[in-house]
Design a protein around this ligand. Structure first.
Ligand SMILES: NC(=O)c1ccc[n+]([C@@H]2O[C@H](COP(=O)([O-])OP(=O)(O)OC[C@H]3O[C@@H](n4cnc5c(N)ncnc54)[C@H](OP(=O)(O)O)[C@@H]3O)[C@@H](O)[C@H]2O)c1
Length: 306
């Protein structure tokens, strides 16, 4: 594994992290505690020390599964979670941004994770309107001072560029940005990633496999028909266009013998602003394959620690 400094937090995170939206049950699979125990145990053996979850991956369900899986191993993990929503049912959330609502979510996340402190607490892809609440950031600053949160972050929405929230990050006390960045979605290279570098913000690249398409295992024509798989909710014509594009990339850019998923993760990590990728995983085998992407990553990176 390789490690990098997560911007001005100074935390040393593995370049391959573990995304865990999947544990909430919206990716065509329900997870047992024993499966999650095995996945996190194997991730830890492979040197992965960072996991990203959220309040609404199930009703704190993903957090609960993680909390139980790492009981007794808390110091081995840097845990990121988020605030701003209440899970109602699959693919349906209620927005909850009032400071007292966020405080209640924080208490629920601490309980679910079985921890006294959350390492990274992220604003979960809200609008500028809910972002621009001094009372929210003041309340969060108090939680940092009280030790319930170590660092604050902003997981920007993919609906627009969201440069504004990135530019305001240091102002509101946030030191990490989470954003969609992968070989098919390079928009952040224009203005967002440079803005992160200017402020020395850590950068978490989410959806690094373009929802699994960049694994290379799906051929054009694949239909995601399972009702509890989030990909059945996506624009199917756009999905087909992307599958064609992935085939071209596989032919033209992926070196022979290199698994496309590992290549796609390493591709994100080449950018000097990117600290860590957080591929969502569903099996121990996927974790093992994704961890191997660290072998393709050069030690020559501005945030390299090893
Ligand atoms: N707003 C936000 O803050 C936000 C939004 C989205 C995601 N996130 C975070 O970012 C994480 C990653 O994003 P994501 O999970 O949406 O997308 P992703 O990482 O691009 O894709 C994940 C999917 O790719 C497939 N996969 C993973 N590793 C693989 C491998 N080695 N070989 C083949 N297939 C593999 C799995 O699905 P199949 O095997 O079924 O194909 C997995 O569910 C999430 O888990 C979550 O923690 C945050």
């Amino acid at each position: 594994m390789r490690y990098r400094r997560l911007g001005k937090t100074g935390l040393h995170v593995s370049v391959i992290g573990l995304g865990t939206w999947q544990f909430g049950g919206e990716w065509g699979k329900q997870f047992t505690q024993s499966e999650v125990d095995q996945m996190l145990g194997r991730a830890q053996e492979l040197g992965i020390n960072f996991t990203d979850t959220a309040e609404c991956y199930g009703d704190h369900l993903s957090e609960q599964l993680i909390g139980r899986a790492i009981r007794g191993q808390r110091d081995k993990w840097i845990i990121a979670t988020k605030f701003g929503h209440q899970f109602i049912r699959n693919f349906e959330r209620a927005e909850r941004w009032a400071p007292e609502e966020v405080l209640a979510q924080l208490e629920a996340s601490l309980k679910a994770l079985g921890t006294e402190t959350i390492d990274l607490y992220q604003f979960h892809s809200g609008s500028d309107q809910v972002f621009n609440q001094d009372a929210l950031w003041t309340m969060l600053d108090k939680q940092v001072k009280a030790g319930k949160v170590r660092f604050l972050g902003i997981s920007i929405s993919s609906k627009s560029e969201n440069l504004y929230q990135v530019q305001q990050a240091s102002q509101v006390g946030a030191s990490v940005i989470q954003l969609v960045y992968n070989r098919l979605e390079r928009g952040p290279e224009q203005r967002v990633l440079p803005a992160c570098q200017e402020q020395d913000l850590g950068v978490l690249a989410r959806v690094p496999l373009a929802s699994g398409l960049l694994s290379g295992k799906y051929q054009p024509g694949t239909q995601f028909t399972q009702a509890d798989d989030v990909r059945s909710q996506q624009d199917q014509a756009e999905l087909q266009r992307r599958l064609q594009w992935v085939q071209e990339i596989a032919r033209q850019e992926v070196p022979p013998g290199v698994p496309m998923a590992a290549w796609a993760l390493a591709w994100c990590l080449r950018h000097p602003a990117v600290t860590c990728v957080i591929p969502g995983c569903k099996t121990v085998e996927q974790i093992e394959m994704n961890a191997r992407a660290a072998d393709l990553v050069s030690a020559d990176h501005p945030q390299a620690w090893d």
